[in-house]
Every structure is written in C-alpha cells, then in structure tokens.
Write a protein that binds this ligand. Structure first.
Ligand SMILES: *[C@@H]1O[C@H](CO)[C@@H](O)[C@H](O)[C@H]1NC(C)=O
Ligand SMILES: *[C@@H]1O[C@H](CO)[C@@H](O)[C@H](O)[C@H]1NC(C)=O
Ligand SMILES: *[C@@H]1O[C@H](CO)[C@@H](O)[C@H](O)[C@H]1NC(C)=O
Ligand SMILES: *[C@@H]1O[C@H](CO)[C@@H](O)[C@H](O)[C@H]1NC(C)=O
Ligand SMILES: *[C@@H]1O[C@H](CO)[C@@H](O)[C@H](O)[C@H]1NC(C)=O
Length: 191
C-alpha cells in the first residue's frame, strides 16, 4: 500500500478515536433523581418546620420562584430546572462555609449529623452538575437571593431565622422540582 493510502485509511480512524476519547471528559449528566430525593429528605429531617416567630424575615428573604417553570418542564426547560437546583445547593454550601451556623441559645436547633450527610449528597450533586450549561438570568436572581439571605444571617439577632428561611427555601426547591419536574432528573438505576 502506498503511504498516502495508509493515511487515507488512518485519518478517519484517528478522527473517530478522538471523538471517543473526548466524550467522557465532557461528562454532562442530568442530576441523579434519587440523590436529590435523598438530599431533600435529609435536609427536611435536619430540623423542625419553619418557626412561626421567624416570619418577619420573609420581608427580606423570598426565594425567586419565577426561576422555575410553573408547569411540568419540557425538554428545553430542563437545563434551567437543573441549574436552579444546582445553584441553590451550591449557594447553601457556600453560605455554610462562610458563616458560622448559630447554635445554642437563640440559635438553630438542627441535627448536625444529618446536615453533614446532606452536604455529602450535595457534594455529589455538585460534581454531577459541574458541566450544566450556565443560565445567567437564573444565576442573577439566585445571587441576589443569596445576598439577601447573607444580609439577614450577618445580623446577630436575625441570624437563626435567616438560616431557617434558607433551609425552608432549599427544601422547597428540592421538593417542588422532584414533584413537578420529575422528568428532568436521571432515574436510571443501571450502573
Ligand atoms: C443515569 O444514571 C445512571 C446510573 O448512575 C448512569 O449509568 C447513566 O449514565 C445516567 N444517564 C445519563 C443520561 O447521564
Ligand atoms: C419533613 O419533616 C417533617 C417534620 O419536621 C415531617 O412531618 C414531614 O413528614 C417530613 N417530610 C418529608 C417529605 O420527609
Ligand atoms: C417549552 O415550554 C415553553 C414554555 O411553555 C415554550 O415556550 C417552548 O416552546 C416549549 N418548548 C418545546 C420544545 O416544547
Ligand atoms: C433582595 O432584596 C432586595 C431589597 O429588598 C429586593 O429588591 C430583591 O428583590 C431581593 N432579591 C430577591 C431575589 O428576592
Ligand atoms: C430587611 O430589609 C430592611 C429594608 O431593606 C432593612 O432595613 C432591615 O435591616 C433588613 N432586615 C434584616 C434582618 O436584614
């Protein structure tokens, strides 16, 4: 065979091989549904229902629910749904990293072991969602939400209620997306 013929045969093969090699690095996956459900149950079990005495913080903290579709998401809306779940979890983690959770008198009465387990699942979802396409509009609203949460958490007398509101809102995001936008998540059990 002439060298040019060999090249003609090999070149397309190289191209194919590169496509096969490139694919796994772009690991874009929908979030695993059962992990999101687990995170929802753990965060819910971490503490009591939103305390009535915390209601005044609702004037400063209100989750931008307009970021989520109001009816079952179609295929083209799923990236937005997954992004809102992803960014909400990330925001809660960053808030936890940067601000001490108030415990004891006047603090929150949360089960820290459950909270840790929740963050283990959060970490896994953070990994899965790493290459979701970013959604600037939702990100803008969420970052405004988290700066409002932070402002409340940074004031000592409202800190505990700020945390309660954040937990309530993230539970709502996890729960409502699992119920209304179920088809956006990966429910496959195959390994
Ligand atoms: C869904 O999850 C299964 C089990 O973890 C995995 O094997 C599969 O690749 C995932 N599907 C998609 C589309 O990411
Ligand atoms: C959430 O926790 C409350 C108790 O704080 C419980 O009554 C409720 O059943 C829990 N919901 C879920 C979905 O686990
Ligand atoms: C998905 O739903 C949105 C809002 O209802 C609509 O504007 C869009 O055309 C729908 N897309 C598809 C692919 O059905
Ligand atoms: C954050 O607070 C400001 C000032 O109260 C308000 O205008 C804005 O809508 C809030 N952001 C969100 C996402 O709720
Ligand atoms: C809530 O917002 C109002 C008006 O923006 C502000 O005066 C107040 O200090 C805020 N409260 C907290 C707890 O951050």
């Amino acid at each position: 065979m002439a060298p040019s013929t060999v090249l003609l045969i090999l070149l397309p093969l190289f191209g194919l091989q590169m496509m096969l090699v490139a694919k796994p690095t772009a690991r874009c996956r929908p979030l695993t549904g059962r992990v999101v459900t687990g995170a929802h149950h753990l965060l819910n079990a971490t503490g009591p229902k939103f305390p009535l005495h915390c209601r005044p913080v609702n004037a400063n903290i209100s989750f931008p629910d307009s970021t989520l579709p109001t009816t079952a998401a179609n295929r083209s809306q799923c990236p937005r749904v997954l992004w809102v779940v992803y960014k909400s979890l990330e925001g809660m983690w960053l808030t936890y990293e940067e601000h001490e959770l108030p415990v004891g008198d006047g603090g929150v009465n949360w089960d820290e072991k459950k909270l840790e387990e929740f963050f283990t699942l959060q970490d896994r979802l953070q990994d899965e969602g790493r290459c979701l396409p970013s959604d600037e509009e939702a990100s803008g609203l969420l970052s405004s939400y988290f700066s409002n949460v932070t402002a409340v958490i940074e004031q000592q007398d409202s800190a505990a209620c700020g945390w309660e509101a954040l937990r309530r809102d993230v539970i709502w995001v996890l729960k409502s997306t699992q119920q209304m936008h179920r088809s956006c998540f990966n429910w496959s059990h195959a390994q």
